[in-house]
Ligand binder design. Structure first.
Ligand code: FMN
Length: 401
């Protein structure tokens, strides 16, 4: 135990050596003058005690001191209560510092407030770091907004390349669904007349997803769409657009034109087919893509033979033409692996059998409804409408009897 006078000098010394500024003002005197400042205050502000004694602390304020914080201080003083505020203050040399000021009333034995004690902490470093963080957050947000806007614009461009209306093919109805998982997709499909009689239909899936895959899928869709004038004028254009190539030749042409670039390592899988509504035959070739699902009007639904290697992986890959003879009421679905690989909460894939079963059991629904039913079923399987891969499906039905 210290003797009373020792205890007093210990408190004096403790106050003196404190790193914080500590001041006491007399609340009974006009304008609350300073009656004590410790060494911490002198170090913090650069003002020697002798120079500030008897003054009100507002001499530390400058034009940038926040008026709202000052208003809070005034209210607390008026109501004789504690208060903590953040103030921008000026040192004697004119430099500024962030002062976290706490004031507390001191009462006499009758409960009357006689003094206020103020503790000043220099929180400049903290405050600067916070402001820098806020600024970089703001910059990040702006960059993010820019990226989002870019992505939305890119998604619009991509969607504008999807079929906008059903190809005018008497005796055939169409339905499709396109659901990119990241705004833009590596999936793409299309259906377009080739020469007034035949109609081409394709679906493709570029490896990966997002912007990089979408750049290639959009390029491909532009390449594949024929010049509407060419078949009307009876022109035999070059490449896939002409309609003079068989599906296998179209895939071989694409394989030549899109060899694997080691920098991007992009490749794609695809089914390309040509439908002759008159003979109801669908000539198609596949490049490493899941086989289309055939849902006949009568009989069992089945997956068509997949075949070939993905495009871009190996130069000189050969593809073979297949024919599916369809009958009135038959349906064919071209789809991407987003359906098959969609996983539930236990990481189990939706799988091919469920896909075939869903499409077969939707046979009594319209073509459009069968596509929606499958989508709903996959969503239920996942337990969310968020997918990790793009989902696309293109389907048609032979309607003539
Ligand atoms: C104990 C105590 C310590 C204070 N310390 C500071 C300070 O470090 N910096 C400051 O800008 N104001 C400080 N003030 C606030 C001012 O002294 C004053 O109360 C404030 O500017 C509001 O009053 P006004 O409108 O009369 O200026 C302190 C007030 C008290 C009671």
């Amino acid at each position: 135990m210290c003797r009373p006078e020792e205890e007093l000098s210990l408190k004096d010394r403790a106050l003196a050596v404190s790193a914080e500024g500590i001041v006491i003002v007399d609340a009974r005197m006009r304008d609350m003058p300073l009656i004590y400042v410790n060494e911490g205050f002198e170090r913090l502000t650069g003002y020697p005690a002798a120079e500030v004694m008897g003054k009100n602390c507002r001499f530390l304020q400058g034009p940038d001191t926040d008026p709202v914080s000052l208003q809070r201080l005034r209210s607390a003083l008026r109501e004789n209560r504690e208060c903590t505020v953040l103030l921008l203050n000026n040192r004697k040399d004119g430099s500024t510092f962030w002062n976290r000021l706490s004031i507390t009333p001191i009462r006499d034995s009758a409960g009357q407030v006689t003094h206020f004690i103020g503790v000043q902490s220099d929180v400049t470093a903290e405050q600067n770091a916070l402001q820098a963080l806020e600024k970089s957050n703001q910059q990040l947000e702006e960059a993010n907004r820019g990226l989002r806007e870019d992505l939305e614009a890119a998604a619009l461009v991509q969607q504008s390349f999807l079929p906008s209306a059903h190809p005018a093919t008497p005796g055939v109805t169409w339905a499709w669904m396109f659901r990119p998982c990241a705004g833009v997709a590596g999936d793409m499909f299309g259906a377009f007349p080739l020469d007034g009689q035949r109609v081409a239909a394709y679906i493709l899936d570029v490896s990966g997803h997002g912007v990089a895959s979408a750049l290639l899928s959009v390029t491909l869709s532009r390449m594949l769409i024929p010049d509407p004038g060419s078949y009307q004028a009876g022109e035999a254009g070059a490449g896939a657009q002409s309609g003079n190539q068989s599906p296998a030749q179209v895939l071989e042409t694409l394989n030549r034109r899109f060899p694997l670039d080691p920098r991007t390592t992009q490749y794609f899988t695809m089914v390309y087919g040509i439908l002759e509504p008159e003979t109801r035959s669908f000539h198609y070739a596949s490049a490493g893509h899941w086989g289309p699902v055939h849902v006949p009007k009568r009989g069992e639904a089945a997956i068509l033979e997949p075949g070939g290697l993905p495009i871009g992986l190996f130069p000189g890959s050969a593809y073979s033409d297949q024919v599916l003879q369809m009958s009135p009421g038959d349906r064919l679905y071209l789809y991407t692996d987003g359906f098959i690989e969609a996983e539930d909460a236990q990481d189990r894939a939706f799988g091919l059998q469920r896909l075939i079963h869903s499409l077969a059991s939707a046979r009594h629904l319209s073509l459009d409804q069968s596509v929606s039913a499958l989508t709903r079923e996959v969503e239920l399987w996942r337990g969310t409408s968020e997918f990790e891969d793009d989902l696309s499906i293109l389907s048609f039905e032979i309607t003539v009897s």
